[in-house]
Design a protein around this ligand. Structure first.
Ligand code: ZN
Length: 503
């Protein structure tokens, strides 16, 4: 990969004749397929409605690639609206970094967190980048910036989205044929317009089918390229938000459907038919960089990981053994999303928990975004957006919704990690802690079964935070256990933990 980029950089600096000689030389990367990327954004697309529609192109991508469904944040972090959604897709970070909380774009931080095409231009200006949108603010606000080589803007409100989507498709087909783009972002918006106008019924299905046919034209243009045999294409389809069913609409913290998103990706290194539980909407950019062989700089502070890379989080291994509700009443019986059974090596101390209260939350539990947030919407549970798949929750608020659900005191205990005496380790994990009353969250470590040593005490909000805590390993220690104790809680808020890594 690096060889190819160097060859192309040189080619720009040399005359056309010499450049052609360099590119055709057997000593350059002529044999390596040229990596290319096409990202197609479809506004307000509910995947469940794709499944029930006649959408052969989307179906084929899902069969041959990875489909990761997840739920969005919502207020107070950001509305489940297009401005924050496309900003998350473009930048690979969540709204608390990119700053876009609604469609006003007030507070945008694109200078610090630019879109993935702009990142590519900064890594190597020789990348040929292209974006085409008919929601014009995505260009005028800089969601996809002026650093992109070619930006095509239609005004959907003026032309009507169906017409604009056709123009965008035609322009992108032309560019795929004549412009030799390396990375493109193409926005199709009619699905959102139709869902707002008439809900998620038959007209919406028709809009999905029309957009699927447009996707088919784009994929056809890719395959028709004379150089296609020596190219390696990543195709990504993602949506910025869902729609309420069946009425349509989005923007808030409604039960789930307006928060529902997906990242669909097909390309080399991505398993056919993969259905990862740890894919999030922010993962588009890292997936693009990974395909192109671009190392994401830690200074970019991405919340993004490639869809082909699995989280090493032990909690996710519980996904297939999660149960349906017991005492919770608002969660549909079809949603399986909790267990008290810890993954291998982990344990939960429930000995100080009372016998009453809501069964699901009696001590630390392992749960999903879907299950936990449907227990009670609009209480900031939705905003634990840095968790992925299955995570651990201690929730004194939900526990107290049944008689006897008082005095929450439970400890989540990690496996024993090998450590080197006299050295240092770092506890990395994701935390989402909301403070109320006298509740306390204590993180402690124990070396070789010795006394607990407090590392961190939570007594104020720590929302959707990636923690990195240094710990000194004492002389003689060979192993360390990490404990998360949530206590002094009596119908207060909650604490979520995910992705503990000891480095
Ligand atoms: Zn909309």
């Amino acid at each position: 990969m690096r060889v190819r980029l160097q060859a192309r950089t040189f080619s720009l600096a040399l005359s056309g004749v010499v450049a052609a000689a360099v590119l055709s030389s057997p000593f350059t990367a002529a044999a390596a397929p040229v990596k290319k990327v096409l990202v197609v954004g479809m506004d307000g697309l509910n995947w469940a409605k794709v499944v029930s529609a006649n959408a052969p192109n989307l179906d084929a991508l899902a069969a041959g690639g990875s489909l990761g469904e997840s739920l969005l944040y919502c207020p107070s972090v950001a509305a489940s609206s297009s401005g924050p959604g496309w900003s998350t897709i473009a930048t690979g970070v969540w709204p608390d970094k990119h700053g876009v909380k609604d469609n006003s774009f007030a507070g945008k931080q694109y200078a610090t967190y630019p879109d993935f095409l702009t990142r590519l231009e900064r890594v190597n200006p020789a990348y040929r980048t292209y974006s085409a949108v008919d929601w014009a603010v995505l260009h005028s606000q800089g969601t996809f910036s002026s650093s992109i080589d070619t930006r095509v803007t239609y005004d959907g409100d003026r032309d009507g989205y169906v017409v604009s989507d056709e123009k965008i498709t035609a322009d992108t087909v032309r560019n795929l044929r004549d412009g030799n783009p390396d990375a493109s972002f193409v926005y199709l918006g009619n699905t959102d317009v139709v869902a707002h106008a008439s809900g998620t019924g038959a007209p919406y299905a028709a809009a999905i089918e029309k957009q699927d046919a447009q996707l088919g034209q784009l994929l056809g243009a890719v395959k028709a390229r004379p150089t296609y045999a020596n190219e390696d294409w990543l195709v990504v389809v993602a949506t910025d938000h869902g729609h309420n069913n069946p009425g349509g609409g989005h923007g808030g913290c409604g039960v789930s459907d307006e928060r529902r998103t997906f990242v669909l990706a097909k390309g080399s290194g991505i398993a056919a038919g993969a259905r990862p539980v740890d894919t999030r909407l922010a993962d588009v950019s890292a997936t693009v960089f990974n395909h192109l062989g671009v190392a994401a700089d830690p200074a970019w502070k991405l919340d993004s990981k490639p869809v082909s890379v699995r989280s090493r989080d032990a909690f996710d291994s519980l996904y297939g053994s999660l149960s349906a509700r017991v005492d919770e009443t608002g969660i549909p019986a079809t949603v399986k999303g909790w267990t008290h059974t810890a993954p291998a090596g982990w344990s939960v101390d429930r000995s100080r928990m009372p016998s009453g209260g809501v069964t699901e939350w009696r001590g630390w539990s392992f749960t999903t975004d879907e299950f936990w947030t449907r227990a009670q919407a609009s209480q900031e549970r939705e905003n634990a957006m840095r968790t992925r798949g299955v995570f651990a929750v201690a929730d004194s608020d939900e526990f107290a919704d049944k008689t006897g659900g008082t005095s929450f005191d439970s400890t989540l205990v990690s496996p024993a990690y090998p450590v080197t005496a006299g050295g240092g380790v770092t506890l990395n994990y994701v935390t989402h802690y909301l403070q109320e009353g006298s509740q306390t969250g204590d993180v402690s470590v124990s070396f070789n079964g010795g006394a607990d040593q407090l590392v961190k005490r939570y007594s104020a909000d720590a929302r959707a935070k990636a923690e990195s805590l240094p710990v000194t390993v004492p002389a003689g220690a060979t192993s360390m256990v990490v404990k998360f104790r949530y206590h002094n809680a009596n119908n207060n808020w909650y604490w979520a933990i995910d992705d503990l890594r000891v480095g």
